[in-house]
Write a protein that binds this ligand. Structure first.
Ligand SMILES: N[C@@H](CCC(=O)N[C@@H](CSS)C(=O)NCC(=O)O)C(=O)O
Ligand SMILES: [Fe+2]
Length: 247
């Protein structure tokens, strides 16, 4: 079974929604070798995602995060219990625990493919974007959202840094690259470099205007932030209810 719904039969690609925090997780795999990576898994949807991995006969090689999430608990630690050979990964700059601490330019291979790590701080200090050049895709986490971007008012956020990151590391990708965010609150699923360079209402502005826009967002704090941050520093495995401690 290929697992890919679409025209590209050379890959497995699934965009998976966790609908309480509006988080997107992404399952990517090489259908020949069956090696898979799950990007930004959420603890509550690990049972669903594990079933998909098993149904498609995949081997989960890595469960990785784009950053230390503030709005939900990561599923990486719980996934490692389900798939003992799976390794977790996050940026070294995030200061979170994981099997692999990533930095700019690192590569995560799965079968004949690889994800390139680009450091895109600003929403948090340790944000990274994973670029799948062979398939002209990038997973931007909360650095760049569809017609938006991650907030910069906690977790060592910096609007100036985010502006520089997006312009130098994401907008510098070829215009046809498809961008997949970690969240969307309006039901949109993806965008492209070209679209965001033309139409992003925040990042098409000057840096000074961008900083002002971000200062005036006045978003409420994420509801789960107090339990999510300490848990996400240890792959999501902290102070958890019994149901997530079982293997
Ligand atoms: N209401 C949600 C939190 C919404 C939120 O703050 N989203 C973050 C990404 S998760 S860290 C964000 O950066 N939003 C930017 C924006 O413009 O919406 C909750 O309570 O969890
Ligand atoms: Fe975030």
């Amino acid at each position: 079974m290929s697992g890919f719904v679409g025209k590209d039969k050379d890959i497995v690609f699934r965009q998976l929604l966790e609908y309480k925090s509006f988080t997107y997780s992404y399952l990517v795999a090489d259908p020949d070798t069956k090696e898979a990576i799950l990007i930004d898994p959420v603890i509550e949807t690990v049972p669903r995602d594990s079933k998909i991995v098993k149904d498609l006969g995949l081997t989960l090689k890595y469960a990785i995060n784009t950053h230390v999430h503030a709005d939900h608990i990561t599923g990486t630690g719980f996934l490692k219990k389900q798939f003992p050979t799976c390794k977790s990964a996050i940026s070294a700059a995030s200061k979170a625990d994981a099997d692999i601490k990533l930095k700019e330019g690192d590569k995560l291979t799965f079968g004949k493919y690889e994800l390139e790590v680009r450091s895109t701080p600003g929403h948090t200090n340790g944000c990274i974007t994973y670029v799948w050049h062979e398939k002209e895709m990038a997973f931007t986490g909360d650095a760049l959202l569809v017609r938006g971007c991650g907030r910069t008012d906690f977790q060592e956020g910096s609007s100036e840094t985010l502006y520089n990151s997006v312009h130098s590391k994401i907008f510098s990708l070829p215009p046809n690259y498809t961008l997949y965010p970690a969240h969307d609150y309006t039901g949109q699923t993806s965008t492209t470099v070209e679209e965001e360079k033309m139409m992003n209402p925040r990042l098409t502005k000057s840096k000074e205007e961008f900083v002002k826009i971000m200062k005036e967002l006045n978003l409420p704090y994420p509801k789960q932030i107090d339990k999510a941050l300490p848990a996400n520093l240890v792959c999501g495995l902290y102070n958890l209810p019994e149901e997530f401690s079982k293997s």
